[in-house]
Design a binder for this molecule. Sequence first.
Ligand SMILES: Nc1ncnc2c1ncn2[C@@H]1O[C@H](COP(=O)(O)OP(=O)(O)O)[C@@H](O)[C@H]1O
Ligand SMILES: [Mg+2]
Length: 234
Amino acid sequence: MSATAMSTRPQPIIQVENLKKEYGEHQVNALKGVSLSIQPGEFVALMGPSGCGKSTLLNILGTLDEPTSGQVLFQGEPLFGKNDQAMTAFRRKELGFIFQFFNLLSTLTVRENVSLPLDLEDRLPDSERAAKVNAILERVGMSHRADFFPATLSGGEMQRVAIARALVHGPTVILADEPTGNLDTENGNAILKLLREISDQENGPIILMATHSEEAAACAHRIIRMRDGQIRHE
Ligand SMILES: Nc1ncnc2c1ncn2[C@@H]1O[C@H](COP(=O)(O)OP(=O)(O)O)[C@@H](O)[C@H]1O
Ligand SMILES: [Mg+2]
């Protein structure tokens, strides 16, 4: 590639270089040298069978776990090596998480669950916070359930609320671990369509979604296939 072409190429949001993860005494090599790069605007499916290392990779990118070796760059800066405070601030500002089992807090209403990431930013005025929560609930089609508790919702509705919570603070990266793994086909497809729409909107977050479903992966812009702790290049 010429120097000119390189300078017009956008900087990747995430760049992973030769990432390895070994778990403890059992000598499990969960990641055996993974390299990948994700550009602004991309919705990438991380696809592979159970145990291939998808969650391990997402957890490291989410700074919930540290690699044994290798490097992760976030917008060109090393992700690890910061102090705890800086790491927490990074996680709260830049990341949104979506899980298989939704992970909503059962004692809080829908509105309160979605508001949580904003409550950590104490400088935001109440009116602004409420407006952001209302707008994002509207976006995921859950405004009519704002004052309900999670236990009264269907799985698909719970996942919509979880998506709203992951998005409300305007993160750069959404990490979704098997987001349709606990939903029936119809609800799963609706959630995938919503994720794709969110990704396709202007200045939307990048989405990295772990899945073992070929059908779910097909909704992404690009599929990265993993097997046994490695990326498969076919
Ligand atoms: N905390 C842990 N301690 C030991 N081994 C682990 C731990 N977490 C995951 N593993 C192992 O690492 C491998 C990859 O797991 P995981 O990333 O959860 O795969 P996937 O999400 O693709 O199903 C598996 O062999 C799993 O048993
Ligand atoms: Mg997993």
